[in-house]
Design a protein around this ligand. Structure first.
Ligand SMILES: [Zn+2]
Length: 299
């Protein structure tokens, strides 16, 4: 009768009396740094106390280690070793696990380093951006951008928001181009001129008259706000949107004699008005006659 001897390799750690296979990694722990020991001995001692018992050396080979792999045997013995001693076993699973953990730690360290670099870079950029703004004589732009009590209205909204964006970009990237400098200067001027413009706008708004109802054919005088090309059954036709001297707006075909009119021009004509019905400040005009340009935009 033949007897078969079970060909079973004894695990390296089991041979060393560290417990019975299989082994599994239940945690990792690293020694606090020497720099911390010098800078803050109490913190270093506290950190050390959180480590495993007999930390500092590998319990397989007894040499000093920094990174500890804490391992538990099948019979619940717990010990720690360095990664090189795990690699000395033939335990592929354990070796693979150590490799995975080391990669994970390395990845975390790289991410941490990058985050620190990123933070330093953004802080340096912020300082540089402020410096450049002050050097360019734009402390006023900073003042406006940081003014929490700035009152936004129709007349300064765009300039204020745009100025804030440009200042934010300068402190984000730590750079300020000649173009941005000039742009900020023009925005400051706009913001400074806004109060007068706003009171004018409010006054105009307050004096705005509703669109004339049942007016028939009347003389219309107003500023061109824009054009629109529309296709009709007779072909393409240019429509014009006007703001009248009284503040109401009207829409209709551009008189052919005003072909060269441009946005912003003041024009006048006689036409039939038709109220739009749902907006008391808006209506349409039709069959305009005696049209002429009263004043060109920019004159
Ligand atoms: Zn070792």
């Amino acid at each position: 009768m033949e007897t078969t001897i079970e060909n079973k390799k004894i695990h390296t750690f089991e041979k060393a009396g560290l417990g019975k296979a299989p082994f599994k990694i239940i945690g990792t722990w690293s020694m606090p740094s020497k720099a911390l020991a010098e800078k803050n001995p109490t913190a270093w001692n506290n950190a050390l106390r959180e480590g495993p018992k007999n930390a500092g050396c590998c319990q397989f080979c007894f040499t000093g280690i920094i990174h500890h792999f804490i391992i538990k045997s099948a019979d619940e013995k717990i010990f720690h070793v360095g990664s090189s001693c795990v690699n000395k076993t033939f335990d592929k699973k354990l070796i693979g696990e150590v490799k995975r953990i080391k990669n994970e730690i390395a990845r975390e360290k790289r991410a941490e380093k990058k985050a620190v670099e990123r933070k330093a870079r953004s802080e340096a950029n912020a300082v540089k951006g402020l410096e450049l703004l002050n050097e360019a004589g734009l402390s006023k732009a900073l003042e406006i951008a940081n003014d929490e009590n700035f009152e936004i209205n129709e007349s300064n909204k765009w300039a204020f928001n745009t100025l804030k964006d440009v200042v934010a970009s300068a402190t984000k990237w730590g750079s300020l181009s000649e173009k941005q400098i000039n742009f900020l200067k023009s925005l400051i001027k706009k913001i400074e001129a806004a109060p007068a413009k706003e009171s004018q706008r409010l006054e105009k708004e307050a004096n705005k008259k509703p669109f004339p109802v049942n007016a028939g054919r009347v003389k219309v005088e107003g500023k061109i706000l824009g054009f629109k090309e529309v296709e009709t059954q007779f072909g393409w036709s240019v429509k014009v949107l006007l703001e009248s001297v009284d503040g109401w707006k009207c829409f209709g075909s551009l008189p052919s004699s005003l072909d060269d009119a441009e946005k912003g021009d003041w024009i006048e004509f006689t036409a039939k008005l038709q109220h739009s019905g749902n907006d008391q400040f808006f209506g349409f005009f039709s069959r305009p006659t005696k049209a002429k340009i009263k004043e060109r935009a920019g004159e």
